[in-house]
Design a protein around this ligand. Structure first.
Ligand code: CMP
Length: 140
C-alpha cells in the first residue's frame, strides 16, 4: 500500500462543539498521522475559491456562509491510502446515510454541518493541501 497524504477540514459545527480532539482520535486510532494542522478563520474569498467546483450548485451560498461561520481546523493526514481511508472514516456526506462508527454518523448535525471535509482524490488532495499549507508547515 502506498503512503499518501490527504487534506482534511474539521468544520465550524465541530469546532463549536469542542470536537477537534474527538475527531483527531478517530484519525489517529485508524492509522492516519496528522502531519500538519492549524485552526483558522476562513475568509469568504478563501471559502468561495476552495468550494469553487460547487459554484453552480443551489447550496453553494449557504455552504460558504457556513464555512465562515466559525473557526475550522485545516489538516494534512498521512498514511496508507490516506485519501480512501479518510473517506471511509468520514462516512457518507449526509449523516443520515453514514455508516455506524463513522465520524459523520457519530458527530455530524446535517448534510451541511457535517463536521469534516476530506479530499476525494490524490490529485485534489495535492491542490487542497497547497491551498492552505506551505511545504515547510508539513512535518511528516
Ligand atoms: P464537503 O465534503 O465539504 O464538500 C461539499 C460540501 O457541500 C459537502 O461536504 C456538504 O457539507 C455540503 N453540502 C451542503 N448541501 C449539500 C447537498 N445538498 N448535497 C451535497 N453536499 C452538500
Amino acid at each position: 500500500m502506498a503512503t499518501e497524504r490527504t487534506f482534511s477540514i474539521i468544520k465550524p459545527d465541530a469546532t463549536r462543539r469542542n470536537l477537534t480532539g474527538a475527531i483527531n482520535a478517530v484519525f489517529e486510532k485508524n492509522g492516519l498521522r496528522i502531519v500538519a494542522q492549524k485552526r483558522i478563520q476562513m475568509s469568504q474569498a478563501q471559502a468561495e475559491t476552495f468550494y469553487g467546483v460547487h459554484h453552480e450548485r443551489p447550496f453553494f451560498k449557504d455552504l460558504v456562509s457556513f464555512m465562515v461561520s466559525g473557526p475550522v481546523v485545516v489538516q494534512v493526514l498521512e498514511g496508507d491510502n490516506a485519501v480512501a481511508k479518510n473517506r471511509e472514516l468520514m462516512g457518507a456526506t449526509n449523516p443520515a446515510n453514514a455508516a455506524e462508527g463513522t465520524i459523520r454518523k457519530l458527530f455530524a448535525e446535517s448534510i451541511e454541518a457535517n463536521s469534516v471535509h476530506g479530499s476525494d482524490s490524490p490529485e485534489n488532495a495535492a491542490t487542497e493541501i497547497a491551498y492552505f499549507f506551505a511545504g515547510s508547515e508539513i512535518v511528516g
